[in-house]
Design a protein around this ligand. Structure first.
Ligand SMILES: Cc1cc2nc3c(=O)[nH]c(=O)nc-3n(C[C@H](O)[C@H](O)[C@H](O)COP(=O)(O)OP(=O)(O)OC[C@H]3O[C@@H](n4cnc5c(N)ncnc54)[C@H](O)[C@@H]3O)c2cc1C
Length: 464
């Protein structure tokens, strides 16, 4: 279809449009240049954009904060960012529920909730993402008794490909609701979301070093040793740290921070050393041992507002891969990964991050009907420089596949639509809902064609 030019738009759309906008994800691993990017302020403007896309047969991709480490949010057609649609619509302190516009970021949500004495029950490592972005990929935190963030959604509103505004909940359009709570942007534009939250609380977090083989042999006890448990394993070693957090009535307490060790050695020296290791990867295990001894094995203790304690510093750009596997398979999967790392010539970065998520009933959630252990691997890109990661990813994915894994949707992975269909019992139901609300494929992009459309050959995404 011929390009659409800004002078073909009416004045209202022209005022919110940028031609040939280049989108790049946070990790700078994927980018695309779209025909026009729109930044609407209202559902009315969004409907006009959908009608324009219909008229010119253009695909649409909405993006949030661009934090997905894959081409999930990329498109060469129209792109839309709804950051300006970030208002509070309703709050009910009695029931601990809130309705917000879907472009609100988690940071903005925490501030809004705090004003009303409320808080999210669980969170991932950062809060830069939008509400629509986190629920579109079933973003998760950790905690044996806590589902992914999409499991906290009570109802939501979408604009579908025919420009219709549809509300869904367990009682209204329930199939759309089951599909839309992890929908990868494939069903339409999410504009409003209601969430179940809880009264604001303090979390007490304690982190301690352990021997990894001891943790693996006490796995069930470790998983249930606190409300929220996260394990960081240092590959090439038998060391790990376990972070445990529980709700508490205690007042805010911070240990005197050792800025030099945490930021100076912890971030800057680590980045410098990893950059040097690009020329001599054999030193990576020594860097890992040095970092563990000097920074990470120091026990830490903090009590603070929950949303602050959940946050972790993700340092600098990185390649990441993360799969969810059934809880009970995780010790063996980690032993297999350890064996691969110790017997291959590859040298890999720390940490391997291990988190726990309760099962849910969301059709495309990696925790659908399964209590899952997320195992995340990382290769940092010091100063934005490339590092080899593909052989590591291949071996890691083979191990995750062998143990019944499902990849995190936001992250670049090598699972075909056919393989995903085999691991998600409601995959075809999701595709049926998609076909119904978007028969022309307005909301499809390359990622979705590769990973959710059946009977299509799998081409891998071109990472930068
Ligand atoms: C440093 C870092 C830390 C992270 N930590 C975690 C973690 O702890 N746990 C975890 O599970 N994940 C984590 N992630 C992944 C992240 O939570 C997801 O990639 C999330 O989807 C990003 O949200 P976003 O707003 O940036 O969305 P984007 O990446 O911009 O988009 C993600 C998807 O949402 C869709 N989308 C966005 N807005 C809308 C809308 N309004 N309507 C319909 N679809 C929409 C897009 O089309 C796309 O398919 C992390 C990522 C980074 C870079």
């Amino acid at each position: 279809m011929p390009r659409v030019r800004l002078n073909q738009l009416d004045s209202e759309l022209r005022a919110i449009a940028t031609e040939e906008y280049t989108f790049q994800n946070w990790a700078k691993t994927f980018q695309c240049t779209c025909e026009i990017m729109f930044e609407p302020c209202s559902e009315k403007q969004l409907i006009k954009i959908v009608q324009l896309a219909q008229k010119h047969n253009k695909p649409i991709k909405v993006f949030g904060s661009g934090h997905s480490p894959s081409d999930l949010a990329c498109s060469r057609g129209f792109m839309i960012n709804i950051d300006k649609m970030n208002g509070l619509l309703r709050v009910d302190k009695q029931d601990s529920t809130i309705t917000v516009e879907a472009g609100m970021t988690l940071h903005q949500l925490h501030a809004t909730l705090q004003e009303h004495g409320l808080a999210m029950s669980n969170l991932g490592s950062i809060s830069d993402q939008t509400i629509a972005g986190v629920i579109s990929t079933a973003t998760h935190g950790t905690g044996a008794g806590f589902g992914c963030l999409s499991s906290m959604v009570l109802d939501m509103t979408l604009i579908t490909a025919n420009g219709e505004l549809i509300q869904c909940s367990p009682h209204e359009n329930p199939d759309l609701f089951s599909a839309a709570r992890c929908s990868l942007g494939a069903l339409g534009i999410i504009t409003r979301v209601s969430l179940q939250v809880e009264p604001a609380f303090h979390l007490e977090a304690i982190q301690r070093p352990y021997k990894f083989d001891h943790v693996l042999s006490d796995w069930d006890d470790v998983v249930h040793s606190a409300e929220h448990v996260r394990v960081w394993w240092y590959p090439h070693t038998n060391d790990c740290v376990v972070w445990r957090a529980n709700r508490t009535e205690k007042p805010i307490q911070h240990e005197a921070s050792n800025w030099l060790m945490e930021r100076g050695v912890g971030v800057h020296l680590y980045q410098f050393m990893l950059n040097a290791a690009r020329y001599r990867p054999s030193v990576i295990p020594s860097i890992t041992r040095f970092m563990f001894d000097k920074v990470h094995q120091r026990p830490t203790h903090v009590v603070d507002e929950s949303y602050k304690v959940f946050m972790f510093d993700c340092l600098f750009p990185q390649y990441v891969n993360e799969w969810a596997i059934p809880w009970e398979n995780s010790p063996q999967a980690l032993k297999d990964l350890d064996e691969f790392i110790n017997t291959s010539e590859l040298k890999v970065h720390f940490p391997v991050e291990i988190r726990f998520v309760d099962e849910d009933d969301i059709w495309l959630s990696p925790s659908y009907k399964t209590k899952t252990c997320y195992i995340g691997v990382i290769m940092y890109r010091p100063y934005g420089n490339p590092v080899p990661y593909k052989k590591y990813w291949k071996a890691y994915e083979d191990i995750m596949r062998k143990h019944g894994g499902r990849p995190h949707w936001a992250k670049a992975h090598g699972q075909s639509a056919e393989q995903l269909n085999a691991s998600y019992p409601r995959f075809r139901d999701f595709l049926n809902v998609r076909e119904k609300v978007d028969p022309q494929g307005m909301f499809l992009n390359d990622y979705l064609k590769r990973h959710i459309l059946l009977e299509k050959p799998l081409q891998s995404a071109a990472m930068l």
